[in-house]
Design a protein around this ligand. Structure first.
Ligand SMILES: [Fe+2]
Length: 394
């Protein structure tokens, strides 16, 4: 078997011609993790069930979704792409992997590999370093620069004595490297481990998507808020950039826009949607939304940075907020920032019970509240400057 040759060097993932091998054999059992991957179309039902049945089952569902164990789907074999210009060593790898039960596809040059990756979305790439036209490092660079493919693990294939290539393999962000000639057990173990890791990451990504779907469903339950979350995401991004926050901090602020009130899924409609004032008992229940939200997001690694926002977005600078009555800088910085944008958006948007205040009126109200000791004075000043600059530019 051989892949196609082409002398042109693509600079992005595209399509091309290669030959693929569909081996017979039993799967290795990786596909037991596939429920979230395979069942994307079932997510709405899952979301609805859990939204209806309260937050305990919601937490359990998300924990289950983020786990890699316990699902019984064997239909999707992990797909491995072998890229090697040497027919003999390529065939050896293909045969070994086919015997292990993988679906194997192959390419005999970098350009063919790039084309095939877009077409077939492999779970792992076995990539020869030394190839004519485009070497393995160039191929790796293209894969890692593309948002769609950068998560695919790569194992470089190097010659036994090529220490320099092995060092460069590690530096280039590949998952691992192997030396020729292949040791069957070593190849099987490395491939299995990286494929499992990739699929686990995908499961987590899917669990996050479920979480965001739930957050949107909750927002749509509350007729008071309109597109509050979307506006918070935009405001979080702009104010975060204005404050020169790091990429991760800005991302957490933006995610906070969607997830900060996710705990409202556990608040009964009779309280959440009540017209008129809440009783003190009802307020007590309403305040639980920050703790419920924290519990929901706890199992997911990717939402770790958002949890302080979820838990602490109702604290006040003077300690009169909830749930922990934190004071001053004890309140996580991102929660302080988030609270400011959350309140600004609530004030400057129309709600059934109030008109939209102008930016000046909203800032005026917030400045008075800051004078009462509710917010970080310096941060509020920065926000005021940010809003006036933003309005001047719009
Ligand atoms: Fe809240």
């Amino acid at each position: 078997m051989s892949g196609s040759n082409t002398s042109t060097k693509p600079n992005s993932i595209g399509s091309g011609n290669t030959v693929e091998l569909q081996p017979q054999g039993s799967p290795l059992g990786f596909s037991k993790q596939e429920i979230m991957r395979e069942k994307a179309e079932t997510i709405p039902a899952w979301v609805n069930n859990h939204v209806d049945s309260g937050y305990d089952s919601l937490v359990a569902g998300i924990q289950q979704a983020s786990s890699s164990q316990g699902y019984g789907f064997d239909s999707d074999k992990p797909k491995i792409l072998v890229v090697d210009d040497g027919a003999e060593s390529r065939m050896t790898a293909v045969d070994l992997l086919a015997m292990e039960g993988y679906e194997v596809i192959e390419a005999d040059c970098g350009a063919a590999a790039i084309a095939l990756i877009a077409q077939k979305q492999p779970d792992l790439i076995l990539l020869d370093v030394m190839m004519p036209e485009m070497d393995g490092f160039e191929v790796c660079q293209i894969i890692k620069q593309d948002e769609q493919t950068r998560q695919i693990p790569i194992i470089f294939i190097t010659a036994l004595n090529d220490k320099r290539s092995r060092v460069r393999s590690i530096e280039s962000g590949a998952g691992d490297f192997l030396t020729k000639p292949f040791d069957r057990l070593e190849l099987a173990a490395r491939v299995k481990s990286l494929v499992q890791q990739k699929r686990l990451n995908e499961d987590i990504d899917h669990a996050e998507q479920v979480l965001f779907s739930i957050a949107r469903a909750i927002e749509s339950r509350d007729p008071n808020t309109g597109n509050h979350c979307e506006r918070l995401v935009q405001l979080g991004k702009e104010f975060g950039e204005y404050l020169n926050l790091s990429y991760n901090q800005i991302r957490d602020l933006m995610w906070g826009g969607y997830l900060h009130d996710i705990g409202k899924v556990g608040i009964p409609d009779a309280i959440l949607l009540k017209r008129g004032k809440l009783t003190s008992e009802e307020w007590e229940v309403m305040r639980q939304h920050v703790l419920i939200g924290e519990q929901i997001c706890q199992p997911l690694r990717a939402t770790r940075g958002v949890i302080p926002i979820i838990r602490h977005h109702h604290e006040r600078w003077d300690g009169s907020g909830y749930p922990d009555s934190l004071k001053g800088d004890k309140i996580p910085y991102l929660a302080q920032i988030f609270q400011i944008i959350d309140i600004y958006d609530a004030l400057s948007s129309e709600r059934p019970y109030k008109p939209a205040y102008t930016p000046e009126e909203a800032i005026q109200i917030m400045t008075e509240e800051t004078a009462k000791g509710w917010r970080n004075f310096q941060l509020m000043q920065q926000f005021t400057e940010f809003i006036s600059k933003r309005d001047r530019n719009s």
